[in-house]
Design a protein around this ligand. Structure first.
Ligand SMILES: Cc1cc2nc3c(=O)[nH]c(=O)nc-3n(C[C@H](O)[C@H](O)[C@H](O)COP(=O)(O)OP(=O)(O)OC[C@H]3O[C@@H](n4cnc5c(N)ncnc54)[C@H](O)[C@@H]3O)c2cc1C
Length: 474
């Protein structure tokens, strides 16, 4: 116990004790540390699955803080007002936090910083979420990168901050301010019956994330480059969920991945390249935030994508398109809150091309259903597939979901795992979908397999005709 004024550690997407510059700085100040999570309007607006997953992360992290002799204080409301209240209640003299990079968070944080500084409170923001702060990576001409490969070449040889140890016991304040109860926040309310199912597939917390990284680097990274596109295999790290909530730092992934590369591990460089795709997504979001809301390339603004939730779009959301790869992927998403990267590309292509539906409809669905939802990677992923984004796949490259299935799921292991219809004894994974899906969808494992919602040839022809016409009009 100490009678010194505490410092506030405002926790955001950094639910970890190791390698956390904001926490390290707060602890090294020598003052008692007050860990606080604020459920403000930006968190209230999260989609169902990310909000639920945040709740799981907070519950776990509260326990970890308790083991370190500390506590997680939960408050709900406008972030500035909550911080001001806490400063008044505790006499805190400083606030530390890890930076976020989406435009809403930047606007909120800048205003809070200015206001608190005017009140005489020290405010220090820290890195930790990204390997490279977006403004530190520039082309020779001084602009942003718009293409991935030169971005990768610009950063791959850079120094990456070394890992910080967890601070050990955290000094506690003389008395703890009141905290909300997490259960009263009802973080899983919008998940309804899906919550229990999705929870079984989540990997929550720092220790679990670190253990997974070690297993992946030990067992799978050698084959990563060759096998990462096969959705039935456990060939990728699966760490996006933990990165999204800051349960692991990209620095740890980078350093341990680099060490594997130095040991001669095949595939490790490719793994580092994928981590840098995430950095590239943040670089783009920071420098061109309209990537979140509009077609990044201006000439795509008027592309005649439909914005209606038609019965075909509903079939896409519900894994009922009649195409195995698409349906397996959309069910994997609904059951686990995650989806394999190749499957994300295929379902995004199917929606934006075969169903000629705006990428925003898909992006919003992912924002509601992914536990690894990340604004930058989601927007880049959708616009990359749709053709409207930076360094995007050309629109005329239309994935054929049946051809992709033959190539990447030749034995039917992925479809068998997620689609129950037509199987005598479906696995639990496939049955879980019917426990997670809303009752209003009226689906059951015994129903007939879905009929194709569009002919692949007709859908492709329609998309390519629209593309040709749009180009002619430009
Ligand atoms: C339409 C679409 C939407 C997407 N939405 C998201 C999202 O909301 N959140 C999210 O984290 N990723 C998103 N991605 C990127 C990618 O699909 C996931 O990061 C990946 O599937 C996560 O699995 P993993 O952790 O096993 O990846 P690994 O293959 O193990 O890769 C390691 C890490 O690299 C990063 N990474 C890998 N591929 C990409 C990529 N294409 N773009 C950006 N970063 C990447 C991730 O942080 C990942 O955890 C999206 C991709 C597409 C095509």
């Amino acid at each position: 116990m100490s009678s010194r004024a505490p410092v506030i550690w405002w926790i955001r997407r950094d639910l970890r004790l190791c390698d956390n510059p904001a926490l390290t700085a707060a602890a090294e100040s020598g003052a008692p540390v007050l860990p606080v999570y604020i459920l403000d309007e930006q968190d209230e607006a999260l989609g169902a699955a990310p909000k639920f997953r945040l709740g799981l992360g907070l519950e776990h992290f509260g326990q970890e803080l308790a083991k370190a002799g500390s506590r997680l204080i939960l408050r709900r409301g406008k972030a500035l007002e909550v911080l001001q209240d806490l400063i008044e209640e505790t006499g805190a003299g400083a606030v530390h936090w890890s930076r976020l990079y989406d435009p809403q968070a930047i606007a909120r944080d800048s205003a809070i910083k200015q206001q608190l500084k005017e009140q005489g409170v020290e405010v220090i923001s820290h890195g930790g979420r990204l390997l490279f702060e977006p403004w530190t990576v520039e082309t020779k001409a001084g602009g942003m990168y718009k293409v991935y490969t030169p971005f990768w070449k610009a950063v791959r040889g850079r120094n990456v901050d070394s890992l910080l140890a967890a601070p050990g016991k955290l000094a506690a304040p003389d008395s703890w301010p009141a905290s909300d109860g997490l259960a009263d926040w009802h973080m899983g309310a919008a998940m309804r019956r899906g919550a229990d199912v999705v929870a079984r597939y989540c990997r929550v917390g720092e220790a679990a994330a670190q253990a997974r990284l070690e297993d992946f680097l030990e067992d799978s990274v050698d084959a990563y480059k060759a096998r990462r596109d096969y959705p039935a295999e456990d060939a990728t790290s699966g760490l996006s969920e933990n990165l999204a909530w800051g349960e692991i730092s990209p620095h740890r992934m980078w350093h341990q991945g680099s060490a594997a590369m130095e040991r001669g591990s095949q595939g490790a460089e490719h793994f580092l390249k994928e981590i840098v795709w995430r950095e590239f997504a943040y670089h783009l979001m920071y420098n061109s935030p309209h990537i979140l809301t509009e077609s990044w390339r201006e000439e795509w603004q008027d592309f005649p994508w439909s914005k209606k939730i038609t019965p075909q779009v509903q079939a896409w959301q519900r894994g009922q398109t009649g195409y195995g790869f698409v349906d397996a992927a959309m069910r994997e998403l609904y059951v686990t809150g995650k989806m394999h990267n190749r499957a994300r590309m295929i379902v995004a292509s199917f929606l934006t091309k075969h169903l000629m539906t705006h990428w925003k409809i898909g992006m919003d669905w992912f924002a509601d259903t992914l536990v690894d939802w990340d604004p930058a990677s989601n927007a880049l992923g959708w616009q990359w597939v749709a053709g409207s984004g930076p360094d995007a796949a050309p629109f005329f490259r239309v994935f054929n979901p049946s051809g992709q299935l033959e190539k990447f799921d030749p034995e039917g292991a992925y479809t068998g795992r997620w689609i129950a219809e037509g199987q005598d004894t479906p696995p639990q994974t496939a049955l879980d979908f019917f426990d997670a899906a809303p009752l209003s969808w009226d689906l059951s494992a015994g129903m007939a397999p879905a009929e194709p919602v569009v002919s692949l040839q007709a859908g492709r022809d329609r998309a390519l005709t629209a593309y040709r016409e749009a180009r002619e009009e430009r």
